[in-house]
Ligand binder design. Structure first.
Ligand code: NDP
Length: 435
């Protein structure tokens, strides 16, 4: 703990991981001899730098940026960039740590990393965002490369930001190559990357329910957030015959008992992706919808929940309420949205709990497929990429069952995902010797 003082999110992620992996490590002398957990919990390298940019009033502004290159044992570093005022080293270390095992679970050759800045894109003009991205890339470009480290989007970093970052990289290096994923379709992006995390999360839930002989059809679902992951979660839920009844942002949540259908989604995509408006507008636009200021959606009765906003958005108290209300499945679209005590309660109550490492791996999986297409200088069809995404989510589920099945036939997906991700990374590190 002393080594990572003042880093609560990182310690939380490590604790959740070590709790489930430790018995397995203690059972294998080779991992003990190699001090594997001590090594795995230390990032390979962390780069911290200043980003100076000019706002629309001509004032000079400065932010801090990071790239945490956590572990490249099984492939080049891979992981998103986050722009949010709350970003700090603890959050990026937790995300980079998680990313290492998530990427391993996808079966693709990707190491783990995360980065970003405490820059707040909210309320900034396009030109301000552009100047920030260009300035950030002036430093970042030295540390990334298609065989070294390939960043992507995350909170506050979507298609617009990736476009500005990629354009600046191209200018600096005079190379058009796959050094970022989540690119626009006209310059090397993959079909289905935008949808991948949300779609993948719903597929994972369908796999968990399917394993119990159940399905999402007819289920009422809670979704939090209203960004990239949340909107495409709602989209796929609707396609599979489930009913999403909530969405949120940092101002509060909306409750639409009639369910969010494709017409309403069209409005939402314009509201959030084009106009960058607030979710409360949805309640003004559609009848029968209520807006609950400064609240989260976890008190609404439902069958399943898809937390898709940010870390620690489900407290132990929320988990208790959800269990009382009959929630049978929780699928983490966001990273670490459930507090440790909440996870414990879900597992105790027999709720199907899909942890982020497994449930939201669809995004990075399609990023991996974007890298493959860039290397081949080819572009696969929507159907082809979506079929591969579905296959990968199915395989991740199978790996969770392999490592997480209890003697009574139920599955502990937290244990399954942690162990399933751990083994490949650990064995690669052992093969390299003491490095
Ligand atoms: P977006 O920026 O597109 O959307 C984030 C959403 O969450 C917004 O509605 C935002 O509301 C809300 N939110 C963010 N921070 C907070 C906060 N501190 N408190 C309350 N609400 C908040 O991000 P994504 O959809 O891409 O990411 C959402 C989650 O999914 C993150 O945990 C991310 O790490 C994870 N994830 C994303 C992947 C991807 O492919 N994009 C891949 C795997 C995981 P507001 O606008 O008010 O801030």
């Amino acid at each position: 703990e002393r080594r990572n003082e003042g880093e609560p999110e990182f310690l939380q992620a490590v604790e959740e991981f070590v709790r489930t992996v430790m018995p397995f490590v203690l059972d294998h002398q080779k991992y003990i001899d190699a001090q594997i957990l001590e090594r795995m919990t230390e990032a390979d390298r962390i780069i911290i730098f200043r980003v100076t940019w000019e706002d629309d009033l001509g004032q000079i502004r400065a932010n801090r940026a990071w790239r945490v290159q956590f572990n490249n044992s099984i492939g080049p570093y891979k992981g998103g960039l986050r722009f949010h005022p709350s970003v700090n080293l603890s959050i990026l270390k937790f995300l980079g740590f998680e990313q290492t095992f998530k990427n391993s679970l996808t079966g693709l050759p990707m190491g783990g990393a995360k980065g970003g800045s405490n820059f707040n894109p909210k309320g900034k003009s396009d030109r301000e965002v552009m100047r920030f991205c260009q300035s950030m890339m002036i430093e970042l470009h030295r540390h990334i490369g298609e065989d070294t480290d390939v960043p992507a989007g995350d909170i506050g970093v979507g298609g617009r930001e990736i476009g500005y970052l990629f354009g600046q990289y191209k200018r600096l290096e005079n190379r058009v190559t796959g050094i970022l994923t989540g690119k626009g379709l006209s310059f090397g992006g993959s079909k289905v990357r935008t949808e991948a995390t949300g779609f993948g999360s719903v597929y994972f839930c369908e796999n968990m329910l399917g394993h119990r002989g159940d399905s999402l059809r007819g289920k009422t679902c809670l979704v939090s957030g209203s960004g990239n992951v949340a909107l495409y979660t709602v989209d796929k839920l609707h396609t599979l015959g489930a009913k999403a009844v909530t969405l949120s942002d940092s101002d509060g949540f909306i409750h639409d008992p009639a369910g969010i259908d494709q017409d309403k989604l069209r409005f939402l995509k314009d509201l959030k992706e084009v106009r960058r408006g607030r979710i409360s507008e949805y309640a003004e636009r559609f009848k029968g919808v209520t807006f609950h200021k400064d609240q989260t959606p976890w008190g609404v009765p439902a069958d399943a929940a898809f937390p898709s906003a940010t870390q620690n958005e489900i407290s132990a108290k929320d988990a208790e309420t959800m269990i009382e209300n009959g929630v049978q499945a929780v699928c983490e679209g966001a990273n670490m949205p459930t507090e440790l005590a909440g996870i414990h309660q879900f597992l105790q109550a027999g709720v199907l709990f899909g942890p982020a490492k497994a449930a939201n791996a669809g995004g990075v999986a399609v990023s991996g497929l974007e890298q493959s297409q860039n290397a081949l200088r080819l572009s696969w069809s929507h159907q082809e990429v979506e079929a591969r995404l579905q296959g990968i989510m199915h395989d991740i589920h199978a790996k969770c069952v392999e490592y997480g099945e209890n003697p009574d036939g139920t599955v502990n997906y937290v244990k399954g995902a942690n162990l399933g991700g751990f083994v490949k990374v650990a064995d690669a590190m052992l093969a390299y010797g003491a490095v």
